[in-house]
Design a protein around this ligand. Structure first.
Ligand code: NCD
Length: 331
């Protein structure tokens, strides 16, 4: 059956469906940064560099032209959803976007997450999922027959963001070992902080955590860091860490995770990175932010060459191109 020639209808354009490269990610779900050891990170970063070079030279290619991705977002997103779409399209693939229109999909009629996954997988080769509940991607992956990529599960994890964050640090500062990284903002609910912290813990780094008392890093994560021998310090003021930081990783207070909005209002303007504050920072350091920002970094700071957050956005597309190609056995 397999060797029977295809109908002449398809002769002009036979798509390649064979997996070329069966690396450790081939057909795997990407649910947590715990799946990535240092060798895996090096592998993905090297592929991401190649993707950047391809985009700079040609803009797009047809590596994934026989593949379709469903991009399913049950929570708002600008960067993560559009960078997955851009990544797939620059590799020649197709996308079913279920993002802005989630209110028009059957989810609004009460369809369960699992039924939506079991339906969408009939149309695609891979699903990228963002959902407000911790563990939702793992749950989806248990039932789905195509790989699931976690694009944020509530206050849980955001592995692809952490990969692009680490890639950005490596690219901007040339190394990860030996760095002092300060995480600022909503460390309790910020999933990007949770994932990046876990990845950084594989390296020889010192970590500073800056937050209001009510939004400190979850205790289990803090204990994990201490058990792994990572140097950690907690404070409530950016001024305590800015002089020594190689990386200042700023995040917004996650309004949507508060059950009591009075509590949110009390701390929403807790800190702001200003040009004046930046005069205390080292000459060679970077300010990062997963974005969106809602007042944590003054717009004036954008002109400072140390402001790396929009370069970080661009790296996101290259990292996601590398991951999509790896999971589909093409990189
Ligand atoms: C983050 C997210 O969704 O967790 N944004 C992103 O993916 N770039 C950060 C946030 O929403 O604050």
């Amino acid at each position: 059956m397999k060797n029977k020639p295809l109908s002449p209808l398809f002769n002009l354009d036979v798509f390649q469906r064979e997996a070329k490269i069966k690396n450790g990610f081939f057909q795997k779900d990407i649910l947590s940064v715990d799946q990535f050891g240092k060798d895996d990170l090096d592998y993905i970063f090297a592929r991401a560099e190649e993707m950047a070079e391809m985009v700079n030279r040609w803009g797009a290619c047809d590596l994934l032209k026989s593949y379709t991705l469903a991009c399913v977002f049950y929570e708002p997103s600008t960067r993560t959803s559009s960078s997955f779409i851009a990544a797939m399209e620059r590799l020649g693939g197709k996308v079913i976007p279920i993002t802005e229109g989630i209110q028009y999909s059957s989810v609004s009629k009460g369809e369960s997450l699992i039924d939506s996954m079991l339906t969408l997988e009939q149309y695609c080769d891979l699903i990228v999922l963002r959902h407000p509940e911790i563990g939702s991607s793992a749950q989806a992956a248990k039932y789905a027959h195509v790989p699931i990529i976690n694009a944020g599960d509530g206050a849980g994890e955001h592995p692809t963001q952490a990969l692009l964050d680490l890639f950005t640090i490596q690219k901007e500062l040339g190394r990860i070992d030996g760095l002092k990284v300060a995480m600022v903002g909503d460390l309790r609910y910020g999933r990007t902080v949770h994932s990046l912290t876990k990845l950084l813990a594989q390296y020889d780094v010192s970590l500073r955590f800056v937050s209001p008392d009510t939004l400190r890093l979850p205790l289990d994560l803090m204990n994990e860091l201490i058990d792994r021998g990572i140097k950690v310090r907690e404070t409530s003021k950016v001024a305590d860490v800015i002089e020594n930081a190689d990386v200042l990783y700023v995040t917004r207070i996650q309004k949507e995770r508060f059950s009591d909005l009075v509590q949110y209002d009390e701390i929403k303007d807790y800190f702001e990175i200003t040009t004046e504050l930046m005069t205390q920072a080292k000459q060679k350091m970077i300010v990062m932010h997963p974005l969106p920002r809602v007042g944590e970094i003054q717009y004036n700071v954008d002109k400072d060459p140390r402001a790396a957050y929009f370069r970080q956005v661009q790296n996101g597309m290259f990292i996601r191109m590398a991951l999509l190609a790896a999971v589909l056995g093409q990189a």
